[in-house]
Design a binder for this molecule. Structure first.
Ligand SMILES: [Zn+2]
Length: 104
């Protein structure tokens, strides 16, 4: 018997989140929050939806930085756009972009 199993990734734009320096394009740019949804299907019928991932994407060079899932979810709640979160996001972008630069 033949099973046709598929994996499908969808991206959903949520909102512009912050303006900060991008190490890849070397400019201060707008970063947008995106949601990545992965679904598994059987005979083209979706049967499973994985927990979504949250990505920060640079508007200029489209460099994606993956956020910890809980943090990404928390950012969607109103009132979470504060200075502490902004600092944490900048630190995350810093760390991720630095890591991808030193990767062979
Ligand atoms: Zn960039």
């Amino acid at each position: 018997m033949l099973f046709i199993i598929g994996m499908d990734k969808q991206h959903e734009h949520l909102m512009p989140l912050l303006e900060t320096h991008c190490h890849r394009c070397g400019e201060v740019t707008q970063w947008h929050l995106w949601k990545e949804i992965e679904k598994a299907s059987l005979f083209f019928i979706p049967v499973w939806r994985f927990a979504p991932d949250y990505l920060l994407v640079c508007e200029q060079c489209h460099d994606p930085v993956k956020l910890p899932r809980e943090f990404g979810k928390a950012l969607l709640e109103v009132g979470n756009h504060n200075d502490a979160n902004q600092a944490e996001l900048e630190a995350l972008i810093d760390k991720e972009q630095h890591r991808s630069r030193i990767r062979p």
